[in-house]
Design a protein around this ligand. Structure first.
Ligand code: GLN
Length: 277
């Protein structure tokens, strides 16, 4: 089998061409940025050992395992993050949350704004914020010790200083913050899409009958933990923006607004805490 035939074999197993190419590069010990190499070497033979390894990776992908788990990494907001089945795969949609957070921090013009990321998983949101705003003091929590191990190793590898805590949202993490951000679980527990996400941790995805249990818990905790004029930003599901805006307004937040992701879907909602209480 040569390189071109191997890509074709992956497609024949039902894979997207791009995924087949990335898995072949992985099996050949090459970087995912080497797709040009595949084209230039399409008639090169693939050794029997590499072919067997590659086809095994294709089978995993065909059974629904995320590409990021198979190759062990994912790019997020320009950061190279290591990921495995202990954490949700960072989604491009979540860059909307990060971009909004960075804008707010720049507008605050504070010497050292305090930020906390709740349910950090791989550390993606906290690390992207710290990378863009080095003067911010960034903390992150997760209830999963396994997830925190992944997040800490990403922080160490990237040389980004973030304080990680095993906690349920803001519980047991002292202090007040200028910005609280979270991409919490928000999928309805009976959502028909959940089975397709079965390789990822269910606790990072599902959140009660309407998907809003985690959002409600965070909105309840946040006011007493925000500095005056501090912001709360939350990612949520494609149809949850009105409900999240209503929850924030009912809790007393001002300037409540939503932002759209790359697909044009209202994906994040935030508000400012205008009282000092
Ligand atoms: N955006 C993810 C999905 O629907 C869900 C992530 C989450 O629950 N935080 O695939």
């Amino acid at each position: 089998m040569n390189v071109a035939q191997a890509v074709g074999a992956g497609e024949a197993l039902g894979l997207e061409r791009l995924d087949a190419q990335l898995l072949l590069l992985h099996a050949l010990g090459r970087s995912g940025t080497d797709r040009g190499w595949l084209l230039a070497h399409d008639t090169d033979p693939v050794t029997a050992g590499s072919e067997a390894a590659y086809l095994a990776l294709c089978e995993r992908r065909a059974s629904g395992e995320p590409l990021a788990y198979i190759v062990g990494h994912k790019e997020f907001h320009g950061l190279h993050l290591l990921v495995d089945a202990r954490v949700l795969v960072p989604r491009p949609d979540t860059e909307t949350l990060v971009d909004w957070a960075i804008e707010l921090l720049e507008d605050m013009n504070a010497a050292a704004p305090r930020v906390v990321d709740l349910g950090t998983g791989s550390g993606a949101v906290a690390l992207a914020i710290k990378d863009a705003c080095p003067n911010a003091g960034v903390e992150a929590t997760d209830i999963s010790r396994d997830a925190l191990e992944v997040a800490r190793s990403n922080a160490d590898r990237l040389g980004l200083h973030v304080g990680f805590h095993e906690a349920a949202w803001l519980a047991d993490v002292p202090g007040r913050y200028d910005l609280i951000v979270s991409n919490p679980p928000y999928v309805r527990e009976d959502d028909p899409h959940l089975p397709a996400l079965r390789h990822e941790p269910i606790m990072a995805l599902a959140s009660g009958p309407d998907g809003l249990d985690a959002v409600r818990a965070i909105v309840a905790q946040a006011p007493s933990r925000l500095a005056p004029r501090g912001w709360l930003l939350l990612e949520h599901g494609y149809d949850q923006a009105p409900a999240v805006r209503a929850l924030l307004a009912a809790a007393g937040f001002g300037y409540v607004a939503s932002r759209r992701d790359l697909a044009g879907i209202e994906r994040c909602t935030g508000g400012q805490w205008l009282e000092s209480g």
